[in-house]
Design a protein around this ligand. Sequence first.
Ligand code: NAG
Ligand code: NAG
Ligand code: NAG
Length: 363
Amino acid sequence: MSSVSCTWRRQRHSNGILAMGFQLCILVSCYTIARAKMSSVPAVFAFGDSIVDSGNNNHLPLTFIKANFPPNGKDFEGRKATGRFCNGRLPTDFLAEKLGVKKYLPAYLDNSIEEEDLVTGVSFASAGSGYDNMTASLVLTRSLEHQLEWFKEYRGKMNKIVGVERTDFIISNSVYFIVTGSCDLANTYFTFPFRRMFQDADSYTDTMLHGANTFVKLLYEMGARKIAVSNVPPLGYLPIQRTLRGGLTRQCPRYSNEAVQLFNNKLESSLRNLSAQLHDSSLLYLDTYNFFLDLVVNSTKYGFEVVDRGCCGSGLVEAGPLCNVFTLTCKRKYLFWDSFHPSEAAYELIASRTIETYFPHFS
Ligand SMILES: *[C@@H]1O[C@H](CO)[C@@H](O)[C@H](O)[C@H]1NC(C)=O
Ligand SMILES: *[C@@H]1O[C@H](CO)[C@@H](O)[C@H](O)[C@H]1NC(C)=O
Ligand SMILES: *[C@@H]1O[C@H](CO)[C@@H](O)[C@H](O)[C@H]1NC(C)=O
C-alpha cells in the first residue's frame, strides 16, 4: 500500500525545489513505514489447546478431539472444516492478520503447507492439552512438552530453508501466543475425578502454574523473546459448564470461575517475576478473562442474541464428535459456536481488543 501511494505522490510533484524536498520527505517516511512493517513481526506462533489449534489434531490417529468435519468451518473460506473448533477463524488467525503477517495461522502438521507458510509462522497447538501434562494424556493429544519438540523440529527445517542466521532472527523477533489452561480446569480438574481426589483448587492451580513457568522458560531458552500468555477465560459461562454444573436453570457455576481467577492471579504474578528474571524478554499477560466477561455481560452491545448455549445442535452439550455433519446449526448471532468454544464473531472481538490494549506497548 505505502509504496503505491509513494509513487503516485512522486509523479504529482515532479518539479521545483519545494517539490523535491517534499518528495524526499515522502520517500523517507515511506521507507520508514516500510521498514517498520518489515521488521515489526516476521512471524507468529501459537502453542496451547483448541482455541488456537488450526488442525494439528487431524494428524493424531488416536484422539477423538477433532473438528475436521462439518458443520465446523461453515463460515470459513470455502466452508472448509480445517480442524479448527469454530464456525470460522480462530483468535490467532485474527491476531496474525492484525499484526500484518497473514490471514490464517496454519497447523504445523498440515502437510499441504508451503515453505513460505513455515517462514511466517504456524500453530503447534493441540486441542485438549493443558499446562498439566496429564490433560493431554487423558484425551490422547499432545502436551506442551511435545509441542516444543515440534518447535525444535521446525527450527531444523527453517535452518535449511532460510539459513541459521535468518532463522535465529525470526525466532527472536516473532510473537508467541500461549493459550491454554481451560482444559486443565474444565476437564482434568472438574470433570475427571483423578486430580480432585488428591488436590484442592489451590494446589491444582500450583501444578498448572508450574507447567506454565516451565514452558515459558523453555521457550525463552529456545530463543523466543516476545511471549504473550493469555489467562483462562471465565469457564463457568461455557454452555457445557452451565449444563453439567448449573442445575436445572443452567446458572453459571460460580466455583469454576473462582478456580479460574485463582489461577489467573498466580499466572499474572508469576509472569511479572519471570519477566524480571529472563533478560531481554518481553512477556505479556493477556487478560482474556475480562474481555470475555464483557462479551457475556454486555452481549447486546456487541450484537449477540444468545449467550447461554452453543450454535451447534441443542447448544447444551455438543462439541467435538457430538457437533457433526448430522447436527443442525443456529441462524442467529451466538456468542458460542459449540458448548465449549466461542464463535468466530467472539474471537474477532477478543483479538481486536488484545491488539488495541497490548500491542502498542509490546517492544
Ligand atoms: C509432566 O510434567 C512434569 C512437571 O512439569 C514432568 O516432571 C514430567 O516429566 C512430565 N511427565 C510426562 C509424562 O511428560
Ligand atoms: C513473585 O515474586 C514475589 C516477590 O519475590 C513473591 O512474593 C511471589 O510469590 C512471586 N509470585 C509467584 C507466583 O511466584
Ligand atoms: C459492561 O459495559 C459497561 C459500560 O460500557 C462497562 O462499564 C462494564 O465494565 C462492562 N462489564 C464488563 C464485565 O466488562
